[in-house]
Design a protein around this ligand. Sequence first.
Ligand code: IPM
Ligand code: SF4
Length: 415
Amino acid sequence: MGTLVEEIFSRRAGRSVRAGEIILLDVDTIMSHDNTTPLAIKAFREIGKPIRNPDQIVIHFDHAYPAPNLLAAENQQKILRFMREQGIRHFYHHGVCHQVMIEEGFVRPGGVVIGADSHTVTYGALGCFSTGLGSSEIGAAWVTGKCWFRTPETILIRLEGQTAPGVYSKDVMLYLAGVLGMDGATYRALEFEGSYIRNLPMHERLVFSNMSVELGAKCGLIAPDEITLQYLAQETRAQPPFEVFRAEQPRYERVVEIDVSGLEPQIACHPDVDQVKPLREVEGLPIDEVYIGTCTNARYEDLEIAAGILRGRQVHRFTRVLVTPASQTIYEKAMQNGLIEVFLQAGCTVNAPGCGACLGRHGGVLAPGERAFTTMNRNFIGRMGSSEAEIYLGSPAAAAATALEGRITDPRKYL
Ligand SMILES: CC(C)[C@H](C(=O)O)[C@@H](O)C(=O)O
Ligand code: SF4
């Protein structure tokens, strides 16, 4: 009984848990990656106790992979040695950690997953409580297999209606970021529901959970349903049976209702994710780099939408257009279905799956004065390289249209 997060915590604890309560829970999986594992190892060594269960631990190389410099190479070498020493088998270098976690079946409705990465919240779209933690907390969880949480209060986001052509879940989420603001959900659980969500395919639902942390949320949950179960069966290695549950007589701290029917394509402007406007208002702004990638919007369907716009056309001569599929599986499917060919023929650069240009360390770093349009989730100053660069966020369709014109372009023009 209660909100989705109370429901998940109660099931796990075997008794009724309510918002505000601090609770110690067994976790299913503990995730970290090339960027955060070294500090977790340090914390683990300081604790000086053995790993409870190496099979609970999943480590990814994705943030700067293949290593773009000596420091990254040495860190990855150190992690590989640690995994061998500790018998950690779940190691992936097959794309952005969050996408791979889902594909490989580590994410289940009712599950509890922690990760040394803020976008661990992504798994909430499958009804899994998941949240990002600091590396030392992760090192401690390796030893105990547990983690403490303060059960968050919940803000319900009720989304009704149907979006117009050219408007995607990314536009709706950006609009919500504009409404709530960057600290609008600090340490709250977000719960997404309504007729829009119920009809939404999983790849679009994932955008809401993924970007929940941009509003400060501890998690972003969607109740598991038929769409969830089908997705788990068809797109992941997760093994049934799966728990299906919903919020029962929930008490919400706040309810935000949005009718998505009237929305047009949105854009988050430099330098914050809540600087959101209808994209039309900044149309024509010149763009040096377009980046279609990340754990937010580089799934197969995102690439398909972008390719649909780029097919048979050429991207602007002086705009770098980078496409980085979220995972190897997505890359492979995109290749089999001719999408990679479309990107290459249009003049895009297709990068190895992973975080790519997102962190500003490799794969498309921005120079001072450059301006990027990307499908990412963050656009704060310095995110993609120079602190004098600007970043704008939008949907894959808007990114593709912008790539063609070399300036911010309304995707509806190319539908
Ligand atoms: C490097 C990592 C800790 C970071 C995060 O936690 O989110 C990164 O993935 C990001 O998106 O900024
Ligand atoms: S793709 Fe970007 S936002 Fe996602 S985990 Fe990687 S660095 Fe973080």
